[in-house]
Design a binder for this molecule. Sequence first.
Ligand code: AMP
Ligand code: MG
Length: 350
Amino acid sequence: MNLPGRHLLLLTLGLLLLTGCGAARQTRIHHSQLLSFGTLVDISLWDASPEQIENAERIIHDELHAMHHDWHAWQPGPLTETNQQLRGGEWFVCPPAILPLIVQAKQLYQRSGGLFNPAIGQLVALWGFHSDTLPKGPPPPKEAIASLVARKPGMDAIVIDGQRIRSTNPAVQLDFGAFAKGYAVDRIIEKLIANGIGNAIINAGGDLRAIGRHGDRPWRIGIRNPRGPGVLAGIELSGDESVFTSGDYERFFRYRGKRYHHIIDPRTGYPARGVTSVTVIHDNAATADAAATALFVAGPEEWHPIARRMGIKYVMVVDDKGRIHMNPAMARRIQFESEQKPEVVLSKPL
Ligand code: AMP
Ligand code: MG
């Protein structure tokens, strides 16, 4: 997720409907954009009634509101309250908006070998990314990074007993930035389905989940080029699939010619190296989101075993030399857009 980049500036705008559905019924495709609490969401619906369109926009608005209020890592709300309590180490009743995320995040943390680690909120804050504006550098002192890494914050330190939780490690501070958007997209899709909507794409800044089809053909989407404008590749989606990308271009600063971005390797405390973007396709959006972040951290050498552990079947890793690492099933689906085909490194099947 890229919460803060487009975030606060637009907060006061609340819900802004940018485009309407004028010709929607004639073409049977409805496109609109919602700018809600700083997150721009593209909605595509096939064959939806005006009532369903209205419901969809309300559902999306409500979910994004919940996401920004409940799960914000630095503005006061349920997550900052939870973090304060976790520091104390005592049992407390976890806010209901937070508990299910902790449960799911603990599983994803385990399956990612700790590379998806939403317990490293203090490290993300130390790098200056818990702010509505991007840091300018310099990077934090290496001693401060090393001492936080040595305290080993991890999701396994959070113990759950019914509605109550506690942390056995006071260095644990939650930051759901790597999977809250996926979690919210899953909830939106569930509610759309409950409203009888069977053919839709919910695209939040390039991260999306698609259900059904675009009439008699599959949905087609583009994956952004991490270095430059435009689209790197296109892909057709079938049935119910989520496509999530983590990139070093989303939130970063430059200092003395070096790029420092927001995806932190919990093992070193530094921004993960070797990768510019990772795209994952999976049925569940929260898992796809967490996996994209974890595989970014794993890098070009280690992504394959972690993807396997997380049950991911389609991965594309763009490394810092511009080479594209993919498993064969992903390679069969990817259609490169530019004339010049990039160098592709095929992995073993997942
Ligand atoms: P994403 O764009 O989904 O890869 O999420 C990146 C965001 O997740 C960052 O802005 C941080 O808030 C948080 N984050 C950074 N590194 C990690 C990590 N290794 N595990 C979990 N969350 C992280
Ligand atoms: Mg992610």
